[in-house]
Design a protein around this ligand. Structure first.
Ligand code: RIB
Length: 302
C-alpha cells in the first residue's frame, strides 16, 4: 500500500528511559515508581520506525555517538528495515530522554540532546535527493538543520511534513511552502501564543501558522480530541477513536508519520488525518516510543 513511497526523516535519535508511577512527584517530594525500562526513541527515529513499519522505503538522517546506546539504536532501526546510511556516528554522546509516566499514561519528558544537537545542516541536506516522495522533520534538532533540509526538499518538489515537536519558538518564516505543518497543543501555544481549546482558538492559531509558514495544510494534533485540519478555507475537526491509554509517548510521532504516508498515497488530507488518528490510537494503547508504532496489518485491521 505504501511500499512505493520513498521517505526520508531528518531528526533525533534517543534512548528513552521510561519510569512509571501512579502519581508524579511535586517539587521536593519522593514517590515510588511502579516499573522502569529502556526503549528506543527520539522523535525522528520514532517517525522513521512508523514509516518503515507501515511499509515505506525509509531513510533516517541524524547523528548518534559511537557508544552503547548509539549502537543499539542503529541496530534497532536496521531491524525495522530502515536505511541508516544517513546517520553519522560521530557525536559526543547519544541523545537520551528521561520520561516519567503517570498512572493515566500521561508523560513528562526531559531530553538531553547530545549528538542530535551536533548534526551539520549541510551534511544532512545532502541526503535530500531527487526521487524522494516525502521528507519528515521535527524540531528536536537545531533550527538550522530543519530549515536547510526543508528548503532543499521544497526546492526539489518533495512533499514536506513538519512535525513541530518539541514545543519551542521557531522561525517558520525561514521555510515557506511545506506541504503540512503539524504541531500538537503545547507546540501550537509555543508558536502562536494561542491555546487551541475551542473551535475559535483552533482557527485563530491555524491561520497564524499558515500565514507564518505558507504551508498548504495546517494539521493541529489535539490529543484525545483528535485533530483539526485547516486548508486556508475550511476548518475540520476530526475526532479520534476510543481506545485504552497505556502510554501517550510518541503517539504524535505515529500520527504524523501515518498521516504523511496516507497523504502521499491518496492526496486526500482528511483520509490522511483519519489514518493518523487510527495509528495514534494504536500507539497510545502500547508502552514505549518506537516499539508502539503499528505495522501496516495492524493499521488496516484497526
Ligand atoms: O515524541 C516522543 C519522543 O520524544 C520520545 O521517544 C523521546 O525520545 C523524545 O524525543
Amino acid at each position: 500500500m505504501y511500499s512505493k513511497i520513498k521517505a526520508a526523516v531528518v531528526g533525533s535519535i534517543n534512548m528513552d528511559i521510561i519510569l512509571s508511577m501512579d502519581k508524579v512527584p511535586e517539587v521536593g517530594e519522593n514517590v515510588l515508581g511502579t516499573t522502569y525500562g529502556y526503549a528506543f526513541g527520539g522523535k525522528g527515529a520514532n517517525q522513521a520506525t512508523a514509516l518503515a513499519k507501515l511499509g515505506a522505503d525509509t531513510k533516517m538522517i541524524g547523528k548518534v555517538a559511537d557508544d552503547e546506546n548509539g549502537n543499539k539504536l542503529i541496530e534497532n532501526l536496521k531491524s525495522n528495515g530502515i536505511d541508516t546510511s544517513g546517520i553519522s556516528v560521530t557525536g559526543s554522546q547519544t541523545g537520551l530522554a528521561a520520561i516519567i509516566l503517570d498512572g493515566e499514561g500521561r508523560n513528562r519528558i526531559v531530553v538531553y540532546e547530545g549528538a542530535n544537537a551536533e548534526i551539520d545542516p549541510k551534511e544532512a541536506a545532502e541526503y535530500i535527493t531527487d526521487g524522494l516522495d516525502l521528507l519528515l522533520v521535527q524540531f528536536e534538532t537545531a533550527e538550522e538543520v530543519v530549515i536547510e533540509c526543508v528548503n532543499r526538499a521544497i526546492s526539489k518538489g518533495i512533499a514536506t511534513v513538519i512535525d513541530c515537536g518539541p514545543a519551542k519558538a521557531f522561525n517558520l518564516e525561514k521555510m515557506q511552502g511545506a506541504t503540512i505543518i503539524s504541531p500538537n497543543e503545547s507546540e501550537t501555544k509555543a508558536l502562536t501564543g494561542i491555546s487551541p481549546d475551542d473551535d475559535a482558538s483552533i482557527l485563530e492559531a491555524a491561520k497564524i501558522l499558515m500565514e507564518r509558514s505558507k504551508a498548504e495544510f495546517v494539521v493541529l494534533k489535539l490529543g484525545s480530541r483528535g485533530c483539526a485540519v485547516w486548508n486556508g478555507k475550511d476548518l475540520r475537526i476530526m475526532p479520534t477513536y476510543p481506545g485504552k491509554v497505556v502510554d501517550t509517548t510518541a503517539a504524535g510521532d505515529c500520527f504524523t508519520a501515518a498521516m504523511a504516508l496516507e497523504y502521499i498515497a491518496s492526496g486526500d488530507i482528511y483520509k490522511a488525518c483519519d489514518t493518523g488518528n487510527k495509528a495514534g490510537t494504536i500507539a497510545v494503547g502500547r508502552m514505549g516510543a518506537a516499539a508502539s508504532m503499528p505495522n501496516i496489518n495492524e493499521l488496516l485491521s484497526f
